[in-house]
Design a protein around this ligand. Structure first.
Ligand code: 3ON
Ligand code: FE
Length: 487
């Protein structure tokens, strides 16, 4: 046997599939209330607003979407004030959301497999994709923005969450131009984001915004080949993109047989390209763009990156292959045991020698990393991430895991067997001194009561358990990303 002894025993399953599936029920209702069912105590110093985005609808009037990533964006907002917490949720009223609500049926093709009813004939040569706004939500420059990587942001009213229209940043963004769902906030006060315009060659655009929410620089860079790039990382001087080895065959999409996302295939024998672009107004501004290669794999999310002299270190969640969203499959029947887990890898780039070394940090399946906001693009020690309950094997996310990158120390807080974990967010304690001084907050779906909880952990001591658990009056379907603002 090749497996190390610690991996030879099979661990008991930490969940059951029916419980997990129930977290994918649509939430149609929009709520607005003070949370009154609280276990533990909300820390008095925790003041501000947790913003979450994710698919709120997994069906349109009973017609199931093919994949959660095609679901209309629903914003949840939890405001912490003087030891109390207020909840509000509202759908982003995109053109497609309103049109389908009115029609009571699916009217658009989605990127991840959702088709209009009526088979391929009803979909053939319809190249219009439904623009949704389900992936992230940020409050920046006094603007509340719902983000989706293939189109422009939606501007929301910060109090009512009403949709006000699209945001074009004084015309710097043009209609239809993308603004990704994975901005990085440089602790020097700049928000850095990117856009992908795919084709036979792909244009990567990089935007830098000031604290007033104005775009102060915009640069384009063209790379050969098709790209599916969901996230990126920044350092003081560079933006770094991982071009996953994929190709795109548009024919099934054109013929109405498959959606655009289903026409993307991972090329397991091709390397991943690492594209390193100097930032505008940085010391490296005059340097050339460098492209390095590493082994194949698929990355959605990165944790962080930083420079050490002439090296760049990047930590990412890497999958051996992309779980494909095939036409005749049902995501609710996902077999976790046969899908590749996401795992934390460290890539070490030697710039002068153009060499890349990579190393698996830990085996545990995990996704949705978060770190202290002051360490973005800088050396750092701690990361927090949603993870599987068991240390090996693939399974749904049920726990929050703290990884100390300087030692082998790990801490875990698990909601298994009936709890399922969303993206955690690290919130520093005001005037904190240490990197892990603060709280980790996440939404947990509790299958026992079919409702979601807001769970607050002390980032320095998971063994205390949840210091507060706020029970919502309903569930929130499994979401994607969000952020915290002290306002
Ligand atoms: O790449 C081209 C350009 C582009 C931007 C072609 C394209 C049509 C595929 C495209 C559009 C991409 C889009 C719309 C991507 C949207 C992604 C999305 C909504 C979510 C991604 C989530 C990723 C992960 C890893 C989620 C994991 C979730 C769990 C483990 C548990 O729930
Ligand atoms: Fe993402």
């Amino acid at each position: 046997q090749i497996l190390e002894p610690q991996n030879q025993q099979t661990l008991a399953k930490s969940y059951n599939q029916e419980d997990w599936q129930k977290g994918y029920e649509s939430l149609k209702q929009e709520y607005d209330y003070w949370i009154d069912e609280i276990e533990g105590v909300i820390p008095a110093e925790l003041q501000g607003t947790l913003l979450r985005n994710g698919p709120g609808l997994l069906d349109i009037n009973g017609q199931r979407l093919h994949h959660p990533f095609d679901g209309d964006g629903m914003i949840s907002r939890i405001t912490f004030t003087n030891g109390r917490a207020h909840f509000r949720n509202k759908f982003v009223e995109t053109e497609g959301y309103l049109a389908e609500k009115k029609a009571g049926k699916i009217l658009y093709r989605g990127v991840f497999g959702t088709q209009k009813p009526g088979g391929w004939l009803a979909n053939a040569f319809d190249f219009k994709i439904k623009h949704i706004a389900n992936t992230n939500v940020i409050y920046w420059g006094k603007k509340l923005l719902a983000l989706w990587e293939a189109a422009e942001p939606y501007l929301l009213h910060p109090h009512t969450l009403e949709t006000l229209g699209n945001e074009y940043f004084n015309g710097v963004l043009s209609p239809g131009e993308a603004f990704s769902a994975h901005p990085r906030i440089d602790p020097n006060g700049k928000l850095v984001n990117f856009a992908i315009k795919p084709g036979l060659s792909t244009t990567i655009t990089i935007f830098e915004l000031n604290t007033n929410g104005e775009i102060i620089s915009k640069q384009n860079h063209s790379v050969p080949g098709f790209c599916f790039i969901h996230d990126f990382v920044i350092t003081e001087n560079y933006c770094i993109f991982f071009q996953n080895p994929v190709n795109f065959n548009p024919i099934p999409f054109a013929l109405g047989m498959a959606s655009a996302g289903q026409c993307i295939q991972v090329q397991k024998n091709q390397p991943t390209k690492i594209i390193i672009i100097p930032r505008k107004d940085s010391k490296a501004e005059k340097e050339e763009v460098r492209t390095l290669e590493t082994q194949a794999g698929f990355i959605f999310h990165h944790v962080n990156a930083f420079e050490v002299q002439t090296e760049i270190i990047i930590d990412s969640i890497c999958y051996e292959s992309l779980p494909e969203v095939e036409p005749n499959t049902d995501y609710l029947q996902t077999n976790f045991d046969t899908n590749a887990p996401g795992q934390i890898w460290r890539f070490d780039i030697n710039l002068p020698e153009k060499k890349v070394q990579s190393q698996l940090i830990d085996k545990r399946a995990c996704e949705f990393p978060t770190i202290h906001p002051n360490n973005v693009g800088k050396p750092y020690r701690y990361l927090y991430i949603a993870a599987a309950h068991n240390p090996i094997g693939n399974a749904p996310l049920q726990a929050i895991w703290k990884v100390d990158l300087a030692t082998e120390k790990r801490e875990i807080w698990s909601a298994a067997p009936r709890g399922f974990m969303g993206e955690p967010i690290f919130i520093p304690r005001p005037n904190s001194q240490q990197e892990d001084e603060g709280w980790v907050i996440a939404l947990v779906y509790d299958a026992e009561y079919h409702r979601s909880d807001v769970v607050i952990l002390d980032a320095q001591d998971f063994s205390k358990g949840a210091i507060a658990k706020l029970h919502l009056k309903h569930h929130i379907p499994y979401g994607l990303h969000g952020s915290f603002t002290p306002e």
